[in-house]
Design a protein around this ligand. Structure first.
Ligand code: SAM
Length: 256
């Protein structure tokens, strides 16, 4: 790895450490949010175990280098899904400067990590979550689990949950002030499906409404598509040291 890359990584890690230590940005979570793509860490742990046994049998210290690396990757993955994404989203929701009366839609809300944090910023507004509740994408995923979390976080009165596909949203045009999504669009297989999800997000957003999508891949394509769809202020940036980007955009006032 080049020195520049190492320096960038170190700076980003320090940034995140400062954010975690400041703690003010992350309200304490009372719900239970599961693990994203639960088979991924199981696979990583199994591979690490195999490598560890091989290293012990070989008796060569060099064999412990990949074991250490794999343990670090596993640790970072678990940190991201159990803690990091909450820290990052607390900051992203701050950026939205919500008034409290908005209708917010979370595409692929899962057990409500982002949906319920957004709901906590609302007074008269509504946080609406739509999902297919796939356990493959998040452990223990179900509408009931998300409802229980809404109660645990004290926002059940402001939360609506719908079973639906984000490529064919069960909502009218211009129905939301804000549309968010976290690590969900990449779960749609095929570029055409992901493009459908992005155009659906734009369709249900009211003129002047804002879009914020964080994901691990295809975000460059989302940004290009949003420009093609006539969205304004389209921007894409990396989130900390993690392989994660956020795309933001606004629907022009004169667009339906
Ligand atoms: C990795 S989970 C992330 C959940 C949540 N956004 C979070 O950050 O905790 C991805 C979610 O997308 C949902 N999902 C996948 N494909 C979907 C689709 N076509 N329509 C609606 N939800 C979908 C899954 O059921 C899962 O809840």
């Amino acid at each position: 790895m080049r020195t520049n890359t190492l320096l960038t990584l170190a700076r980003a890690l320090i940034d995140e450490k400062v954010i975690i230590m400041s703690e003010r940005v992350t309200p304490r979570r009372r719900g239970s949010y599961g693990i994203d793509a639960p088979l991924a860490p199981v696979f990583m742990a199994a591979m690490t175990g195999v490598e560890l046994v091989m290293a012990i049998i070989s008796g060569r210290w060099q064999r412990f280098v990949p074991v250490t690396f794999m343990l670090a990757v596993l640790g970072l993955y678990l940190h991201h899904t159990l803690r990091g994404k909450f820290v990052v989203w607390a900051r992203l929701i701050d950026e939205l400067r919500l008034r409290g009366d908005e209708r917010i839609l979370d595409l692929g809300c899962g057990r409500g990590a982002v949906l319920l944090m957004a709901a906590q910023r609302l007074t008269t507004g509504r946080a609406v979550g739509v999902d297919l509740w796939r356990n493959f994408d998040q452990s223990g995923n179900s509408l009931e689990a998300t409802r229980r979390n809404a109660t645990a976080e004290g926002v059940a009165d402001r939360v609506e949950l719908h079973t639906g596909d984000m490529t064919a949203l069960p909502f009218e045009d211009n129905a939301f002030d804000v549309v968010v999504s976290s690590s969900a669009v990449h779960n749609i297989s095929g570029r055409a499906g992901r493009e459908k999800a992005i155009s659906e997000a734009v369709r249900v957003l009211r003129p002047g409404g804002r879009l914020m999508i964080a994901d691990i891949r295809a975000t460059r394509q989302h940004a290009a598509q949003l420009v093609e769809l006539g969205m304004s202020a389209v921007a894409r940036r990396r989130l900390g040291w993690q392989p994660w980007w956020v795309v933001t955009a606004t629907k022009p006032e004169n667009r339906n």
